[in-house]
Ligand binder design. Structure first.
Ligand code: ZN
Length: 502
């Protein structure tokens, strides 16, 4: 309600909803702000809501209550603690592993990041850095999804990332986007947007059907067409659930996306996401008009027009995505099988910009006047991804990416040989835009195997009925593949040599 009331106030300037939220927040301050009350919320999210109310009203009581709810977690001195499931096993500043219910966790980490930013609190900053490092290096799916286990809707152990039974709640992906956006705003580092973009284009948007009417609660990376992973009721998306958090969360999130494209700080104007749009952005009191035209993520070309009425000096910071710099994710959890020599290019008013990438951005500092044309070219190629040796579920397997999109195979496109599909390390691929398929997508074909595989974007899967699906496929050398008994000797780049017989 606090989030909705603040959004309503920002959008309309009306106080009617805001005043109801304030009345409720004042009651919470009276009851839970009492120094003798040591209770904490069972499902974190109120912390960020209270902080938004504080930012509108300037009433520090709301900020203090949010911090109190966080400070009191893991407080064994005053009450019975609720354990790791509720992130109530340790004081938040001592937590360094993402555990328990994944949605509650990322909402809490978002609130902790707000506290780190507003109070300049180093112990909170240290904790969110440690938690993020743990998540990104040990508990993140290649789609950006988080929360491996159905049991408790929770994070698994380090490197526990099963594909068929992955939980990856849509709400957890949304919470991760909110958290990563805050970490970026606190630090100005693009690595958070690398995780955000991966999550947004894959784990998150997979949660909604192309029609916009049906939803995934969990988002697995494999389906056998039998296991009813979606809230126990179906193998595909569903219109509604008993606890319908994910559909409503998507509906609140999608209109928020424009807030993620740009950011400003002082005389820096950040471009974080690529999508066609027009924006008027205040930079140090003057308006900068910026227009993007792009067919991203189907193509890597993005055109910008940057316009100022009066001459104005500022730095335009254009994010160069990790995937365009041979980095699947920050850290070593996932890597591209082969290094690509292809690189990005930026042309400003006809001249190639020679610039180092600093904290993930190409910086263009100058006095901007009139219209300025910028062409960004990101190197879109089909890339094979392999997981760290620690991830047992992905050993001997590869997945396929194109730009920011993770791809998958569906049985409907690979009917005769779905269970035998594989990706050879030497495989070559072709890419084709199919306007009449799945709302218009780039389809990828493997060109080298005997049984050619067809790949579609992961987010678009399960839009053609119940269907087997895989993101990760076996990798094997040609001569070691015994078709007759489907016995695959996997002796590949990163895997321990194992023999798997079906
Ligand atoms: Zn949910």
């Amino acid at each position: 309600m606090f989030e909705a009331a603040t959004a309503h106030y920002w959008a309309t300037g009306k106080r009617n909803f805001l005043d109801i939220a304030i009345k409720n927040a004042d009651l919470l301050v009276k009851v839970f702000g009492d120094t003798a009350n040591y209770e904490v919320p069972g499902h974190q999210i109120i912390e960020t809501g209270l902080i938004k109310l504080y930012q509108i009203t300037d009433n520090a009581d709301y900020l203090k209550l949010a911090k109190k709810f966080l400070d009191l977690r893991g407080d064994v001195a005053h009450r019975k603690i609720h354990g790791a499931y509720n992130q109530d096993h340790l004081p938040v500043t001592q937590q360094d592993e993402v555990v328990g219910h994944a949605v509650r966790a990322v909402y809490m980490y978002a609130g902790m990041t707000d506290i780190a930013a507003i109070y300049g609190d180093k112990s909170y900053l240290n904790a969110v850095n440690n938690l993020w490092d743990n998540m990104v290096n040990k508990k993140l799916y290649v789609t950006g999804g988080i929360g491996a286990r159905h049991d408790g809707e929770s994070f698994g152990d380090n490197y526990e990332l099963p594909n068929l039974t992955a939980y990856n709640e849509t709400c957890a992906a949304i919470g991760s986007v909110y958290w990563n956006d805050r970490l970026f705003r606190l630090t100005g580092n693009s690595k958070y947007y690398d995780i955000l973009e991966r999550t947004l284009y894959n784990a998150l948007i997979a949660g909604i059907s192309l029609e916009g009417t049906e939803f995934f609660y969990p988002n697995p990376l494999e389906s056998d067409g039998k296991y009813k992973f979606n809230a126990g009721v179906s193998c595909t998306r569903h219109a509604w659930f008993d606890c319908s958090c994910c559909p409503t969360n998507l509906i609140r999130f999608i209109p928020y996306i424009p807030n993620l494209i740009y950011a400003t700080e002082g005389d820096n104007l950040y471009v974080n996401l690529f999508m066609s749009n027009k924006a008027a952005i205040p930079v140090q009191g003057k308006t900068v008009e910026i227009e993007q035209v792009s067919n991203y993520p189907w193509q890597g070309n993005v055109s910008f027009n940057v316009k100022t009425d009066q001459p104005q000096k500022f730095t335009l910071k254009i994010r160069i995505p990790g995937w365009a710099k041979n980095e699947v994710t920050p850290g070593m959890l996932y890597t591209y099988r082969d290094k690509s020599d292809a690189t990005f290019q930026i042309v400003l008013n006809g001249s190639v910009i020679q610039s180092q990438v600093k904290t993930g951005y190409v910086e263009i500092t100058k006095e901007w006047t009139g219209d300025n044309r910028i062409e960004l070219v990101l190197p879109m190629e089909v890339r094979q991804v392999i997981a760290s040796q620690e991830v047992s579920a992905d050993q001997g397997l590869s997945s396929i990416e194109y730009g920011p999109l993770v791809y998958c195979v569906e049985e409907i496109d690979n009917r005769t040989h779905f269970d035998q599909l594989s990706i050879q390390p030497q495989a070559r691929f072709s890419v084709a835009m199919q306007k009449d398929l799945l709302g218009g997508v780039n389809v990828i074909y493997e060109e080298t195997g005997n049984d050619k595989a067809m790949f579609v974007p992961y987010y678009a899967w399960a839009n053609r009925g119940v269907n087997k699906m895989k993101v990760w496929l076996p990798t094997h050398d040609f001569e070691e593949y015994d078709k007759n008994n489907y016995c695959i000797k996997r002796s590949i780049i990163n895997a321990v040599s194992t023999t798997i017989c079906k």
